[in-house]
Design a protein around this ligand. Structure first.
Ligand code: PLP
Length: 425
């Protein structure tokens, strides 16, 4: 990649959440192997982001490479309407086995946002089918569920995009965000407040959607898993379906295979994505119960009304199967626990710094919340100079590395964070 390529990129290619007038720089990556991204100039960066929660096994993983090339030699894609295939069946089996017993119907979607749309549509069709049509959703403030329209409408109403798309987005209801902290005791007043809101609006609410335990892109907040039990109870009380969005937290990231296991609460609908293919391809899944699936199927439409072109893509399913097999065989719990212990030792002391508001660690997630919004451009440049790939947002510098990261590589990430906090950029 030369200067002209970069110039073309700058002029013609949108990047996530960027300006076409004054885009932040993009760093050209030429290859990725293990836990390192290699820039075109040969510099290697230790990856602290796992490509946004996805690359849990790192890059260039032999088992995943083999799965995808083997599948490629048979077929890369066929339609899923009227056709089925081994990779989809194998993946369905794996997902049904890994998730709580009640979740045994699988809808394969092509991205996390689409799996959220599917979950919302399932809830609407379900409520219609039982003869009590309800057309609104309730979500948590500070939540993030994706960028498509339905998903946006349940993202945080302030930090999200509601004001921008006002008039276009459905107007949903929001509970306040749960108090910060995995170990913070339950707040009785908060519980009462939520219960009051749900009680007052129960007749219009199709479902409550939450990210269990970790609110990711809305600010990397953790909350007490016990709140999930109350959400479950209220949903049962008011006939509201409960949707868990585990697109970020699924597949071991928080120290449990799924974050819902921290409270042993089973939702009616579960969204999975991101790490499902080990970061190789885009794929997601929306899982639900027999009761929800059959109720929908006995409703007016007689079917669930969704079916993307690339549904159940064989390449994506094949690599997902390999990734989930590898996860099971990989002692991920030991690795995630080791990452957690090391992150606590290396990051928690940063709490003392005066430009640091809070530091928190859960599983293989480390978060340093600064007192002020950070200069992403300058910070990113400094991190690259220090040989690490960390992309902060707002006032949050966070890492969620591949589980295969070595203690030395992990130290490199934490010491780089310490360096920029101590000495600036
Ligand atoms: C990333 C994410 C999504 C959206 O997934 P995409 O694959 O980017 O569409 C939804 N919910 C959560 C919690 C996420 O972290």
């Amino acid at each position: 990649m030369d200067a002209q390529d970069l110039e073309f990129d700058r002029r013609h290619l949108w990047h996530p959440y960027t300006s076409m007038v004054d885009p932040l720089p993009s760093y050209p990556v030429h290859a990725a192997q293990g836990v390192e991204l290699e820039l075109t100039d040969g510099r290697k960066l230790v990856d602290g982001m796992a490509s946004w929660w996805c690359a849990i096994h790192g890059y260039g993983v032999p088992e995943l490479n083999k799965a995808i090339t083997d599948q490629l030699s048979r077929m890369s894609h066929v339609m899923f309407g009227g056709i089925t295939h081994q990779p989809a069946v194998d993946l369905g089996r794996q997902l049904v086995k890994m998730t709580p017993e009640a979740l045994n119907k699988v809808f394969l979607a092509d991205s996390g946002s689409v799996s959220v749309e599917v979950a919302l549509k399932m809830a609407i069709q379900y409520q219609q089918s039982i003869g009590t049509p309800r057309h609104r959703f309730v979500a948590l403030s500070r939540g993030y569920h994706g960028d498509t329209t339905g998903a946006m409408s349940v993202c945080d109403p302030v930090g999200g995009m509601h004001s921008l798309f006002n008039g276009y987005l459905p107007e949903n209801l929001f509970l306040p965000e749960p108090p910060q902290g995995f170990d913070t005791p339950l707040d009785a007043e908060y519980l009462q407040q939520c219960h009051r809101v749900l009680a007052a609006h129960q007749d219009e609410l199709a479902a409550l959607i939450v990210e269990p335990v970790v609110q990711g892109a809305g600010g990397m907040r953790f909350y007490n898993p016990e709140y999930l039990r109350h959400f479950r109870q209220w949903c049962d009380e008011f006939g509201i379906l409960l949707i868990f969005d585990e697109i970020a937290t699924g597949f071991g990231r928080t120290g449990k295979l799924f974050a819902l296991e921290h409270a042993n609460v089973v939702p009616d609908i579960l969204c999975l994505g991101k790490a499902i293919t080990g970061g190789y391809m885009t794929l997601a899944a929306t899982m639900t119960t027999t009761s929800v699936a059959e109720t929908i199927s006995r409703g007016a439409a007689g079917v669930f009304m969704h079916g993307p072109t690339f549904m159940g893509n064989p390449l994506a399913c094949a690599v997902a199967n390999a990734s989930l097999n590898l996860l099971e065989a990989s002692h991920w719990q030991t690795k995630v626990r080791a990452i957690e212990t090391q992150l606590r030792a290396e990051l928690l002391p940063l709490k003392r710094l005066e430009n640091v508001q809070d530091v928190r660690v859960l599983g293989a997630i480390g978060v340093v919340q600064c007192t002020e919004t950070v200069d992403v451009k300058a910070l990113q440049k400094r991190f690259v100079e220090l040989g690490v790939w960390i992309r902060p947002f707002r006032e949050v510098i966070y890492i969620m590395p591949p589980y295969v990261i070595s203690p030395l590589q992990l130290s490199r990430l934490s010491s780089s964070i310490k360096e920029v906090l101590l000495r600036g950029v």
